[in-house]
Design a protein around this ligand. Structure first.
Ligand SMILES: Nc1ncnc2c1ncn2[C@@H]1O[C@H](COP(=O)(O)OP(=O)(O)OP(=O)(O)O)[C@@H](O)[C@H]1O
Ligand SMILES: [Mg+2]
Length: 354
């Protein structure tokens, strides 16, 4: 095996999760993002407005944290340097929400942490809410990407997290595709849930960004490899950059994901520039958890700018059953399909065999 290759069993997934939290920086894909290279579309004035508000937010956060250390009780009473309010950035797919969120982290000189909502769910499950809040409160700002409210249980956990962290000096900036006001009413009838959502709104300044999906015009599209190359050929030809390349069968990957805690999947990104997944197949009806873990893995690889190559004899769209695509995890599934299609190159298995 060349030294550019790595086997699944060679990837170290044992990194202590505390270390994962401490190292949680802006994902590779968004590391270059800043306010300067976010170019607002003039057709949608909200883009420029939100950018300016976020720049102002970073300034007030800097001031707040400078003043905090030498704040007297009197000052605190008069709220001279009050804590900036949390921010909720709302907008459609691909309008640049994560780009702006990352720009905050890149512009701010103090301590920030970037986590996706799914990651936060796994971290809460691992540490429990209050110990996690304590760990997160060492950061001045939590950049929480993709707040999801599809699943009432997860939504509630997210809201509880916001409530608890709001009692500390830490500020949260989050992104989502749904405005907090629209959430409860549209999807769930539970009175309690609505009540909590009501309070949730008050924790935030909500900024809405309009616009078209930036990826549609700028990002590369899914390719079906039309040459007669096999996945192995593509693997052998692939030039790594500063990480390695991994060749793995779909079932081997699914089994590995069962074994390790999802909070540790991020170790893939430390190790690989590209993953080559052989014989992707449809998830069966009793593989819901595997399917969800797979969508989470794709989110992680997407953030880590890992190239994805797949061989399969099905259409990508068919890997999840119709029930799943239409059920309560619809958003996760659709995001996964959209992200694989942004990143993935496919080789059809039957082309190889014929
Ligand atoms: N106005 C912009 N100027 C420069 N680059 C942009 C702009 N808007 C988006 N991009 C780029 O387009 C890609 C998609 O943007 P981004 O991921 O931030 O969108 P998003 O709103 O978070 O989408 P999603 O809802 O799917 O998470 C990124 O690579 C981002 O850097
Ligand atoms: Mg995003």
């Amino acid at each position: 095996m060349g030294e550019k290759e790595i086997k699944l069993k060679e990837i170290n997934f044992d990194t202590p999760i505390d270390l994962i939290i401490n190292n949680n920086k802006i994902p590779l894909k968004f590391q270059h993002c800043n306010f300067e290279n976010y170019i607002p579309n003039k057709e949608y004035p909200s883009q420029q407005e939100v950018k300016e508000r976020l720049i102002t937010f970073v300034k007030s956060l800097e001031e707040y944290n400078k003043s905090k250390c030498c704040e007297t009780i009197v000052k605190r009473l008069f709220k001279k340097n009050s804590k900036p309010k949390n921010i909720y950035i709302d907008g459609g797919f691909g309008v640049g929400k994560t780009h702006l969120l990352s720009s905050i982290g890149n512009a701010y000189s103090g301590k920030s942490i970037f986590v996706s909502f799914s990651e936060l769910m796994y971290l809460i499950a691992y540490f429990n809410l209050l110990p996690l809040v304590e760990k997160m409160s060492q950061f001045d700002v939590v950049l929480l990407d993709e707040f999801e409210l599809d699943d009432p249980g997860d939504a509630m956990m997210g809201i509880n997290f916001i409530r608890e962290i709001s009692n500390t000096d830490t500020v949260v900036v989050t992104t989502s595709n749904t405005t907090p006001v629209a959430l409860g009413g549209r999807k769930f009838d539970l009175m309690l849930f609505k009540e909590r959502i009501g309070k949730f709104v008050n924790y935030f300044n909500t900024y809405a960004i309009d616009g078209k999906d930036y990826r549609v015009t700028k990002a590369p599209k899914t390719e079906y490899d039309s040459s007669k190359k096999t996945l192995k050929d593509l693997f052998n030809e692939y030039e790594t950059k500063n990480r390695k390349k991994l060749y793995v069968s779909f079932d081997e990957l699914i089994n590995k994901m069962k074994e390790i805690h999802p909070a540790r999947y991020v170790n893939f990104n430390e190790n690989i520039d590209a993953i080559f997944i052989e014989n992707l197949r449809k998830f069966t009806d009793d593989e819901l958890l595997d399917a969800l873990r797979f969508t989470y893995l794709i989110d992680i690889l997407y953030y880590g700018s890992v190239d994805i190559f797949i061989s399969t004899d099905i259409q990508l769209w068919d890997m999840f059953s119709e029930d799943l695509k239409d059920g309560k995890f619809k958003n996760k599934i659709m995001r996964c399909l959209s992200r694989i299609s942004e990143k993935g190159v496919f080789v059809k298995t039957h082309d190889i065999d014929s």
